[in-house]
Design a protein around this ligand. Structure first.
Ligand code: NDP
Length: 328
């Protein structure tokens, strides 16, 4: 029986269990490409899956992990052959399809993106789903028509994964970046990534007025709830906010005032089912617009045996920037 190392989630009497164990290769799910996984990462959703804090896993047994980078072992898909370097994010991996915390993954070839020139498999997972979501958010603001001359961009959850990559990207593109964080002790880190102003997240988290002083041309929000409502209320005329997260809550206690009186737009960002051309664009822009030195500065490396503990720390807001997981 051929087996490989994996983090397996099983249903328990109460909730779920997670353990690093051997997984039987015969249990891999259908797919036309088998990949030797080399690197993965710990995203917020991975934290939810390995701790069982939220029912993100919907098939058992499951291998956790929503994204990987690796090398194709074999393929019956026309786009892929053995030896190709690939990245895979989302598509239900770690939720409904066996995921990334494993030495092997079998997926649909249509889910894969070719690793762009200039990005290693390790760097791709230092970016991970969080960083690729930050890029999708920047692309949404650009598509809206924003440019650095329009004014600053606010980034919430600034010291987290999405936030850290968003700051590095925006500053490289020439934007002034206002970083909102609950960890003002991370001011030096956020300024090194490129933030020009730091604000305490308490300034944005209490219920506010339907409209406030116009402070930013746009924003990237990974927090949601009252924070997102306040972001909208303080966005300049015809500005835009890209909403991608819910670290502060799933609700949105806002009014329509910013939309109907200031023409503000709210863009929803989904990385999981995002169509392939948008993914390819995001990964190719990450290869050119993310400073590799800043990426390295925000990244810590761990092994598969540390993923479960680290997932709990991510949920507790104790992890700064990005975590990369060495699989092979
Ligand atoms: P991280 O845990 O790395 O970062 C989240 C950050 O949010 C924290 O570092 C903290 O930043 C801030 N935060 C945490 N708790 C609260 C709170 N109660 N109130 C206000 N701020 C808080 O997660 P990621 O960056 O990986 O993900 C951020 C969010 O984006 C998550 O909700 C995640 O589910 C979502 N996401 C969505 C995707 C999509 O497809 N739409 C894809 C990827 C992520 P600080 O300490 O600086 O205040």
């Amino acid at each position: 029986m051929a087996t490989f190392k994996a983090i397996r989630i099983d249903k328990a009497e109460k909730g779920t269990t997670a353990a690093l164990t051997q997984f039987d290769e015969a249990e891999l799910m259908d797919g036309d490409v088998t990949v030797a996984v080399e690197w993965s990462t710990v995203n917020y959703k991975d934290g939810l899956a390995v701790t069982g804090k939220s029912p993100v896993v919907r098939r058992f047994p499951m291998i956790a992990g929503i994204d990987f980078a690796g090398t194709v072992l074999d393929s019956s898909h026309p786009s892929w052959k053995a030896g190709d370097k690939v990245v895979c994010n989302g598509w239900g991996m770690g939720e409904t399809h066996l995921g990334a915390y494993a030495e092997k993954a079998r997926v649909k070839g249509d889910w894969l993106v070719r690793l762009p020139d200039g990005i290693s498999a390790r760097q791709a997972m230092a970016v991970g789903t969080a960083g690729y979501t930050a890029m999708l958010s920047v692309l949404a603001l650009e598509k809206h028509g924003l440019s650095p001359k329009d004014g600053p961009i606010v980034v919430t959850g600034a010291a987290g994964g999405v936030g850290s990559v968003a700051i590095a990207l925006l500053s490289k593109l020439g934007y002034q970046v206002i970083a909102s964080t609950g960890r003002t002790s991370e001011e030096a880190y956020l300024r090194e990534l490129g933030a020009t102003e730091i604000i305490d997240r308490n300034e944005l988290s209490a219920p506010g007025k339907p409209l406030g002083k116009e402070r930013w041309a746009g924003g990237i929000d990974s927090v949601g709830s009252t924070t997102l409502a306040n972001l909208l209320a303080m966005t300049k005329y015809r500005g835009a906010i890209a909403a991608c997260g819910l670290a502060g809550g799933m609700d949105l206690p806002a009014s329509v005032a910013p939309f109907i009186l200031r023409g503000v737009c709210l863009y929803g960002i989904d990385s999981v089912m995002c169509p392939l051309p948008d993914r390819q664009q995001a990964w190719s822009r990450l290869a050119t617009d993310l400073d590799p030195a800043k990426l390295e500065q925000m990244t810590q490396e761990i092994g598969l045996d540390q993923v479960i503990d680290t997932g709990a720390k991510v949920l507790a807001g104790q992890v700064r920037g990005r975590i990369v997981v060495k699989i092979a």
